[in-house]
Structure formats: C-alpha cells, structure tokens
Design a protein around this ligand. Structure first.
Ligand code: ATP
Ligand code: MG
Length: 723
C-alpha cells in the first residue's frame, strides 16, 4: 500500500492528526467532522508507517457495533485481517483482561458475568438474608448505589459514611453482596471495570507488561468515559506509549450514567505534551442541517467552543410537522418514508429517532399498517418487552386462568415468596392429573400437598386473579389493563425501583393503557370476541411477527442515545415537544437541560441529506391526554432553515401558526362537521372531532371519545350526530 492512500481522502487538519509524530493527542471536533475516520486512518498509519504491530494497538469504542465496524474499516485499508489487534468497548476489553489473568484478579477461571436482571435478583436476596425490609431498602435503588460506587472505584471499606445510619446500611448491603459474588465467582458489569483496574494496580509486573505491549492507545467518543474508565486508561499509559483521544464535548449524553465530560480537561492536565487538533469541516450533513444544529447547541453555556462549516450544498430545508396528535404524527412520518421509497431510495437509509423507548409503539403500528419493514436497535419491540409481557400475562389470566405460560410468568412477579420448590409440587400435580397450573394450585392446597406459607401464597395469588376478573367484568378495556397493572402490584414494583430503566418500564406500562384505549376491535371480530380477547390476539400477533432481519431493507428505529456515532441520509426526529424532549424530568436537575440539548444536537447531526422534525400537539401519554407545544429546541432553529409541512390529504387541517395549537372552526368540505366539535356515536358515546382525511365516501374522521379514546371512523357509516 502506498502511504498517500492513507492521506488522500483527508483534509489538511485530518492529515495532520493522522500523520502526526508519535505523541499524545486530542482531536476535539463537532459531529460529522471525521473524528472516527481519523481514528481509523491513524491506526492504519501507525502500522504502516510507524511499524507498530497490530498486537501493540489498543482501540476503544463505545458500542460493540462500532467496534466491529472499525475493525472492518481498518482491515479494508490494510487489506488483511488483523486478529491480534485489540478493538472493543471498555467492558469488552476489561473482560478480556480478566479472562487472561483470572487468578491474579482473584477470580475462578470459570467466572461468570452477572447481567443486570440477575444482579437485581441477587441484591434482593441479600437484603432478605440481612433481615432488612425491601420496602425500606428497594433492591433497585441498592443496585444503582452499588454500581455507582464501583463506577467511582470504591470498595465498601473505602466509603465514608460519616456516621450516617442509612449510608452505613447501604454499605453493609454492598459488602454482603460483594461477598456473595466472590463466593460464587460472579462479576457484574461495573465490577468488570473495577476489577480490571485493581488487577493492574495490584500487579505491577503485569501492568508494566501491558504498558510495553500497547504502544498506541486510541479512544473514540471520549466525552462519555466515566471515572473508572478514565483511571484504567491512565494506568495503561506510561512514558513509552502514547494515547490519542477523539471526542466532542457537545455530544456528551451519558452524564446520567456517570460519564464525566470533564475528563477531556483532565486529559489535557494529566498527560504531557498533548497536541490538540480541531477539525472544523463537516462532511456529513447539508449546510442547512448543520446551521440548524449549530444554532441549537449554541444555546448551551460553557462549551469548549467550535464551529462547524461545510462546503456541501445547502440542501432541503428541515421539515417541521406539527401532528394533530401522535397518530397523525406517525402517519405523516410513514407517508414521508413511503415517498422516499417511491423515489427509488432504500428504506435502510431512513432512521426514526426518539427520546424514549415507549414512543416506538405508535410508530411501529403505523409502519405495520402500511407493511413497511422496520428494525429496532438497542431495544425490544413494544410487545416483547419484559414489563409488557408481565402485564399481558395478568390480562391473559383474567381472560383465561388456565393459561399455564401466563401463570408461570407472573405467579411470583412481583415476588409473593413462592419458591421453585412450591411451584415444582404444583407442576408435578398438574402433570400427573392433566390439570392446568391454576387447577393444580388449588388442589394442592385442598389436599394438603402445600402447607403454611406456600399454601397461603398460592391461595392469595388465585384470589387476586379472581378479584381482578370480577372487576374486569364491569370495565372497558383500558380500565381492565389499568386494574391489572396496578392490582397485580407490577406498577408498584417498578415504581419502588430507581433509575432510567425502571422509569422506562413504568412509561411502557402506561403506554400499554394508551394502547388499550386506542385499540379498535376489527369489525369482523366484533361479534365473537370481547375487546380483551381481541386485544390479546392483536398483541401476540404483533409480538410474533418477526422483526425484519438485518439483511432485509428496512427502516431503522432507535433512541437518540443509540444513534450516537451513526449517520443516515434521512432522519426523522419524532416527539420533539416540550415535556417529551426536553423531557419532563429535566426541570428538576441542574445541568439536565443542557444534556437534553446535546442529545438534540446528536439527533440532528445524524442526518446527511434530509431531516424531519415532528411533534404532536396532543399526545395520549401514559393513559392521559397531554397538550404540548413545540419543543424549545425547534424554536432555537433559525427560521430560514425550516419549512413547515402540511399534508394534502388532511385537506381541512386548519392553517395555523407553526408553534400555536390548531384553533379552526371551519367545517370540512361538505361534511357539516368542524374540528373540535362535539359529536355523538351510537356505540362510543360523546367525543370531540380531532381530525379528518379523504373526501366523498372515503372521508374519515377521527373522534376522541370521552370513554373510548381516539378512533378513526368512516364518515358515511359512523352516523355521527352533533351534540
Ligand atoms: P460523530 O461525531 O457523529 O461521531 P465523526 O466526527 O466521527 O462524527 P465520521 O463519522 O468520521 O465523523 O465522518 C462523518 C462522515 O464524513 C462519514 O461519512 C465520513 O466518511 C465522511 N468524511 C469524513 N472525512 C471526510 C473527508 N475528508 N472527505 C470526505 N468525506 C469525509
Ligand atoms: Mg464518530
């Protein structure tokens, strides 16, 4: 390979970084300026020009996907496989170290990783074994605490409790938990990093060995490293090797998980002779998208400061669409994606990005309705999520108590003290007499096969389901769901937990109530099925539908966090309204608003050619209608970058100002109804007209019924009457 090949398709600044003499380097630059590309070329340069063996290179990325891509790109540049090069995430690399030196790390050879769910269960058992009350010491909170301490590099004996009783108790739990892990050779995620750090600290020879080995260390997305990761890197660097970090303070979006953007400043302070290179040319986005993103991030204080420019074309304006509600928003997004496809472009090039996982459901349904394949990255599809499956299991038992799968899933969720032994007895009995678990459970109690606490717990569970079914008889579908979620204790269980994940689970549960409220029983099933039965069928069909596989051309869906580092020709940022994005929680914590804005910057800068920003003026959120205004982030975009879109099909959509809610009372052509008018339906009762589309016999109206939620109805069949 000719050296010039490594520099040819780089600009002057990028070449400087790639071809710099060996030394410590910081590449600080905004989104899409080629940081990752520089890192890749630098690695190839080090091998080709500086003759550093692949074996002596350590490269750190943020996700496994990014690591795979990076290896692929370097191998392509070098034209050969480079198996001996270490490329991975902090966790992946630290894990590798522990495997190679398990003994020195005081771990058994066959140590196992404890994932987050297993960790939760273990913490729970520890709390119980210490005779402490779970209500006072919620396991999730303790799990969060333990991981937080580890991320700061702290063992129990290093924690200052200042005589505070609560702090002491938490420390005791941490200690007992750690002892249990050590006894059974278990290592949780935070432990992987901490243990690898300790391994190097406690074994100077080993450390010296790795310091000699890794002549070059390179880190992408450095702005999101946490303290223990920083300390780990710091150890590996010595006089003889050098480190290059690339990052963007404006894209630091994991502060809530302990990432510390100040590590960039620490780096400048802690390392000798750091040369800093700034890249300022953006190659990813159109001038319009770039200008808009720059304007938004400019509202943050205390930035390290950098402006991006591009010599690319101005491109299309950013299209902002104000959906009447979230269904309208989703329909708009789908129609734009269809247009894109009809112009001969692959679906693969479209990404829908959102703030929270729960937002995916409405979008998923709109895509399914039009048979557009999609793939969700870094998360499960709505009906496959753990908490949703739990809640659906309760609904299934209410509908049909002999559903063994549902019974097994939730009989001890939330915990009712039913152990495997008790369930084993019930299972055996069911098998022997060919009964459902539901029947067997009752017989086991009657016949004295179960006694004492076990018998009580089983009986209590049966009464709970019976009680929920009794209540359900008088309830509409969404009330049934609400009762199941609350009455079962699922809601309280997640509420007692702490952290983003528990919060997301609660949001999903509330979203399930919304799904029930919006659910429209298919006309052909109306006679035979109760709404609950029809909904359960709908949910399992949708979950069963296989997700588009990675080779199929499909729309990419993910949270903005997951999209970090990626790029797509067409990007839709959905749900960009106050209260959603920035999220409601933002107001309570200092610094959170700026992190939200950085997240918005990350989202916008994923777009190469076309960016849509959409929001819903009213959104059924967690079972309630909420009215929102456009996000402040939309208002921060200069006017000349934005075009407001209106759909032709929603002919009578009132023309209104971009940032104010619709307020029209014009009648739709010939229909006799106006938006916002109150109407009555023979079955659904009273409601308000929300939306309208089509004309003549195809005309449909959307009515938000007081008792049944929003529904689309064919106007000529609906026989609506004005109230
Ligand atoms: P992010 O901050 O989002 O991680 P980044 O700074 O890492 O972005 P890259 O992903 O490396 O940016 O590059 C963005 C896009 O610009 C890529 O498609 C890349 O191939 C392209 N690119 C980078 N440098 C050049 C260049 N000199 N000439 C042409 N294209 C370039
Ligand atoms: Mg990058």
């Amino acid at each position: 390979m000719d050296v010039s090949e490594l520099l040819d398709d780089l600009n002057q600044k990028q070449r400087e970084a790639v071809g710099a003499p060996a030394g410590n380097m910081l590449v600080l630059a905004g989104a899409g300026s080629g940081k990752t590309r520089v890192l890749v070329h630098r690695i190839a340069w080090l091998m080709h020009v500086e003759n550093i063996a692949p074996f002596s290179i350590l490269a750190v990325t943020f996700t496994n996907k990014a690591a795979r891509e990076m290896r692929g790109r370097i191998e392509a540049l070098m034209g050969r496989p480079l198996n001996s090069m270490w490329i991975g995430t902090f966790h992946g690399l630290a894990h590798r170290l522990l495997r190679s030196h398990a003994q020195e790390a005081k771990l058994p050879d066959n140590f196992q990783i404890l994932d987050s769910d297993d960790q939760y269960r273990l913490v729970k058992r520890i709390i119980k074994s210490l005779n402490m009350d779970e209500k006072q010491w919620p396991p999730k909170q303790l799990q969060w605490y333990i991981n937080g301490q580890k991320d700061e590099g702290l063992r129990p004996h290093q924690i200052e409790t200042h005589g505070d009783h609560t702090q002491q108790k938490m420390r005791d739990i941490y200690q007992a938990y750690q002892a249990a892990c050590d006894r059974s050779g278990l290592v949780d995620f935070a432990e992987i990093l901490l243990r690898a750090h300790e391994l190097l600290v406690n074994n100077p020879d080993l450390l010296a060995n790795y310091q000699r080995r890794f002549r070059a260390i390179l880190v992408d997305e450095f702005q999101d490293t946490n303290n223990i990761q920083y300390a780990w890197l710091r150890l590996l660097c010595s006089q003889d090797n050098h480190i290059m970090i690339v990052g963007d303070d404006d894209q630091s979006i994991y502060g809530w998980r302990g990432a510390n953007v100040e590590n960039i400043q620490h780096f400048l302070h802690d390392y000798n002779n750091v040369s800093t290179i700034r890249l300022e040319q953006n190659y990813r986005s159109t001038a319009t998208i770039l200008k808009a993103a720059n304007a938004v991030i400019d509202h943050n204080q205390g930035r390290l400061g950098k402006e991006l420019w591009t010599d690319g074309s101005k491109g299309d304006p950013i299209s902002v669409y104000a959906g009447f509600n979230e269904l309208d928003e989703a329909r708009f997004i789908v129609s734009q994606i269809q247009d894109w496809q009809q112009q001969g472009n692959p679906l693969q090039e479209c990404a829908i990005l959102y703030r929270n996982n729960a937002q995916s459901r409405v979008l998923e349904e709109a895509l399914l309705q039009q048979a557009i394949p999609y793939r969700i990255y870094g998360g499960l599809r709505f009906f496959e999520r753990q908490e949703i499956k739990d809640a659906l299991s309760y609904l299934r038992l209410i509908y049909f108590p002999h559903d063994d799968a549902a019974f097994e899933r939730v009989v001890n969720t939330p915990s009712r003290g039913l152990g495997d032994k008790t369930l084993g007895i019930v299972r055996n009995h069911a098998r022997e007499y060919d009964l459902s678990m539901w029947q067997a459970a009752s017989q086991c109690v009657e016949q004295g096969l179960l006694k004492g606490r076990a018998a009580n717990a089983v009986t209590a569970f049966r009464s709970l389901i019976t009680e929920l079914s009794d209540q359900a008889e008088h309830q509409v579908l969404d009330e049934q769901a609400k009762t199941a979620i609350h009455g079962s204790g699922l809601y309280a269980m997640y509420q007692a937990e702490k952290g983003e994940k528990a919060q997301a689970r609660i949001e999903n549960l509330e979203e399930l109530v919304s799904a029930c409220k919006q659910f429209e029983i298919p006309v052909e099933e109306e006679e035979e099925l109760t709404p609950l039965a029809a909904f359960l069928a709908h949910a399992s069909l949708e979950a069963g539908e296989t997700q588009a596989d990675s080779h199929q051309d499909c729309v990419q869906m993910m949270t903005i966090h997951t999209a970090k580092g990626l790029e797509f020709p067409l990007v839709v940022l959905a749900g960009v309204e106050e209260g959603m994005f920035p999220s409601q929680l933002t107001h309570d914590e200092p610094g959170r608003m700026e992190e939200e804005r950085r997240l918005c910057y990350v989202g916008m800068t994923r777009a190469m050619k076309k960016l849509f920003i959409t929001y819903a003026e009213s959104r059924r959120l967690y079972g309630q209608d909420k009215y929102h205004t456009a996000s402040r982030f939309i208002k921060e975009i200069p006017d000349d970058c934005v075009e407001e879109v209106r759909l032709k099909s929603t002919l009578s959509r009132p023309v209104h100002n971009r940032f104010s809610p619709a307020t029209s009372h014009e009648a739709f052509e010939g229909s006799g109804f106006t938006l916002g008018q109150r109407v009555r339906h023979r079955k659904f009762g009273d409601g308000v007209v929300l939306n309208y589309e089509g004309s003549g016999e195809h005309a449909r109206v959307q009515v938000n019924f007081d008792d049944f939620g929003a529904k689309w109805l064919v106007l000529s069949f609906a026989k609506l009457e004005p109230v």
